[in-house]
Ligand binder design. Structure first.
Ligand code: BES
Ligand code: MN
Ligand code: ZN
Length: 498
């Protein structure tokens, strides 16, 4: 969806719909009336109305997400002005602006063109952040997944024009935000796809096709290559499925890259739990268990589209975790890539097995930093819920850079300790080097500690457990029900920040 930028006043726009904003009033009497934001009052004058009075008359209070349509009666080219509520002015955040932009996108479902001055509603923010929030909110708020409906839901919005006081500089922010939002939409598409259409060989192929004609090299390790390379974790998890696992390696290596970053994604295309079978309700959303891999593909795509001066290796560890006569049994021992042995206490703790192999693989490339992204533990959902992700890291600097990026994108993460000293002994197997599952307590930390065993000393590593944040059970703001695309924008921002 192309976004234009102009310094013209909104009243002169040719767009089919105009959107402005209003804050909720705070106080008694007149002070409870909504307060027009940015150029809203000026647009009202162009329409020949007192916008604040008009809003009060129609019972609009300016609460966050509230939307009202005002007819223009021929005063401007657009037939309608949409006013979106922002809540109290002193509580508005960039993510609040992102959600308001999504509400506008919802109102613009049937119009081809939209013009808005929404970034002006946050005058104290970094202008680039405000512009990015609006572009992302509109793009993500107009996302619809219609592939599997007989009548596909459509969103007709084709162009958006941002009316800004300061146009220079905004163009860059717009361009980056468009790429980041498009990448998040791509990840959402992959995660929303039903599991029958993304079994490991097919998904590997789809991802390879998505990179055809780009400067990203794609290498696919099939089951023979995995066997030859000793990838016992990936093979062990995939063994119960009639479709073999795959390891996909994406390489974006621009000339003169300053550093080399590796991203590793859990790609369980469907997680039944295997022989440690999940109850039906827990399985319902398990097509999303490849959200880490989807994130990696999307971020590499964005890095390439933005021509970021950093080398990125992306690994997608793809397997389908199924129960069958050929499946890995509980108490089987797997030999991972690199030689460590693991006793499979629970076949439902499969993510760490595919990731262990992938981490060993990527460490051999000696990157300057590794970030893995995985829908790893139900315990992460218990701890922080659906809106805050878990971060664990071996390196404080890497952790704080990621957390900082997450603050800007509205995709918050919270750090849990890599508590080797306290819980490290729980990893010990009874007949093998390691066990893949410990006690119920501190399940997320256990999983992180397990992964750490497969990271070479000296390489800064961070682990993002996105079990809670990758999927939304209900729609809110710029998030529909289903895949979220989190943490694609955060990782793009982190790469971009250098
Ligand atoms: N894919 C699940 C984790 C998950 C749960 C993701 C809920 C999203 C929502 C993972 O493979 C899993 O099953 N983990 C087990 C580990 C346990 C057996 C040690 C879990 O969390 O229950
Ligand atoms: Mn599982
Ligand atoms: Zn899983």
């Amino acid at each position: 969806m192309p976004v234009d930028v102009t310094a013209d006043p909104l009243a002169r726009s040719e767009a089919a719909m105009l959107a402005v904003a209003a804050y909720a009033g705070n106080g008694d009497g007149d002070a409870v009336a909504p307060v027009p934001a940015g150029g809203a009052a000026a647009l009202g004058e162009a329409l020949g109305i007192d916008l604040a009075a008009e809003l009060r008359t129609v019972g609009f209070s300016g609460n966050a997400g509230e939307v009202v349509r005002i007819p223009t009666r021929g005063a401007v080219a657009a037939s309608t002005v949409v006013v979106v509520g922002l809540g109290a002015a002193d509580r508005l955040t960039t993510d609040g602006l992102r959600r308001a932009a999504a509400a506008v996108a919802g109102a613009a479902e049937r119009v081809p063109s939209l013009a808005t001055d929404l970034p002006a509603a946050l005058p104290d923010a970094d202008p680039a952040d405000a512009v990015a929030a609006v572009v992302e909110g509109i793009s993500l708020g107009s996302y619809r997944f219609g592939t599997y409906r007989s009548e596909a839901p459509v969103h007709d919005l084709e162009t958006t024009t941002l009316h800004l006081a300061e146009v220079d500089g905004a163009r860059d922010a717009v361009a980056v935000a468009e790429v980041a939002a498009r990448a998040a939409r791509y990840a959402r598409d992959l995660v929303n796809t039903p599991p029958q259409d993304k079994r490991p060989p097919a998904l590997a192929q789809q991802v390879a096709e998505a990179f055809a004609g780009t400067d990203v090299a794609v290498r696919i390790l099939d089951e023979e290559a995995l066997e030859a390379g000793g990838y016992g974790g990936i093979l062990g998890v995939g063994r119960g499925s009639s479709e073999p696992p795959r390891l996909v390696e994406l390489t974006y290596a621009p000339e003169g890259a300053g550093r080399h970053v590796a991203l590793v994604g859990k790609g369980i295309t469907f997680d039944t739990g295997g022989i440690s079978l999940k109850p039906s309700e827990s399985m319902e959303t398990m097509k999303m268990d490849m959200a880490g891999a989807a994130t990696v593909a999307a971020v590499v795509r964005a890095a390439s589209e933005l021509a970021l001066p950093v080398k990125v290796t992306g690994l997608l560890a793809l397997a389908e975790n199924m129960p069958s006569g050929t499946a890995t049994r509980v108490s089987d021992v797997l030999t991972m890539k690199g030689g460590k042995t693991v006793e499979v206490i629970n076949t439902d703790a499969e993510g760490r097995l595919v990731l262990g192999d992938a981490l060993v693989h990527v460490c051999e490339l000696q990157p300057d930093a590794i970030v893995d992204i995985a829908t790893l533990t139900g315990a992460a959902v218990v701890a922080l819920g659906e809106k805050i992700g878990v971060l664990m890291a071996s390196d404080d600097d890497l952790a704080s850079r990621l957390l900082d990026a997450a603050k800007h994108t509205g995709e918050p993460f919270w750090q849990l300790p890599l508590a080797t000293e306290q819980y490290g002994d729980r990893l010990e197997g009874s007949i093998a080097d390691l066990r893949n599952s410990g006690s119920r307590a501190a399940g997320t930390i256990f999983a992180g500690l397990f992964l750490h065993e497969f990271v070479a000393d000296g390489i800064p590593w961070a682990h993002l457990d996105i079990a809670g944040v990758a999927w939304a059970n209900e729609a809110a703001g710029y998030q529909g029900k289903g895949a979220t695309g989190v943490p694609v924008r955060t990782l793009v921002r982190w790469l971009q920040a250098g």
